[in-house]
Design a protein around this ligand. Structure first.
Ligand code: FEO
Length: 173
């Protein structure tokens, strides 16, 4: 049976993951408006990934005999100045999510909840990748600057991203 404190903290994390999904879908819509379909694709896959993160927590709570209480989803930003601003915000947001996951792990340790701590190791590793992906694109965008051709080349590259449900890989709880 899952403890009350962990249960409440995971409910908040489910909300944060769904909010992240909503934010990235809004960013995808922004890129669609800019006719940058590759960037829009990348963000739409990011949206899918965040939904799987939320579901991983959702399923985990139920597997431990807990009960999920879903909270309202706050509004997200709908417009940005340019792609650099979008990816700066993406990186900042992922750093924030990393802090939330680390805080959850701290609570699991305090509560001596080893199962939750073990489940969170997947998210801790995932956050390293999430931050690295956003940072890599941000660095490339800064290199591109005002070069429209460079932006189109990167857009083509991001169009090739496909969704893989990493939460379904082996060794996941
Ligand atoms: Fe669910 Fe982007 O971390």
């Amino acid at each position: 049976m899952i403890g009350k404190k962990i249960q409440t903290a995971i409910d908040e994390q489910i909300n944060a993951e769904i909010w992240s999904a909503y934010l990235y879908l809004s960013m995808s819509a922004y890129f669609e408006r800019q006719n940058l379909r590759g960037f829009a694709n990348w963000m739409k896959i990011q949206w899918q990934e965040e939904v799987t993160h939320a579901i991983k927590f959702f399923d985990y709570v139920h597997s431990r005999g807990g009960q999920v209480s879903l909270k309202p989803i706050a509004a997200v930003q709908i417009d940005w100045k340019n792609a650099i601003e979008v990816f700066s915000e993406t990186l900042k947001h992922e750093q924030h999510v990393t802090a939330l996951i680390n805080n959850l792990a701290n609570i699991a340790v305090e509560e001596k909840d080893h199962a939750t701590n073990s489940m969170l190791q997947w998210f801790i590793a995932e956050q390293v990748e999430e931050e690295a992906n956003a940072e890599q694109i941000l660095v490339q965008l800064k290199m591109i600057g005002d070069n429209g051709y460079g932006l189109l080349m990167l857009d083509r590259e991001l169009a090739s991203r496909v969704f893989v449900d990493a939460t379904k890989a082996a060794n996941n709880l």
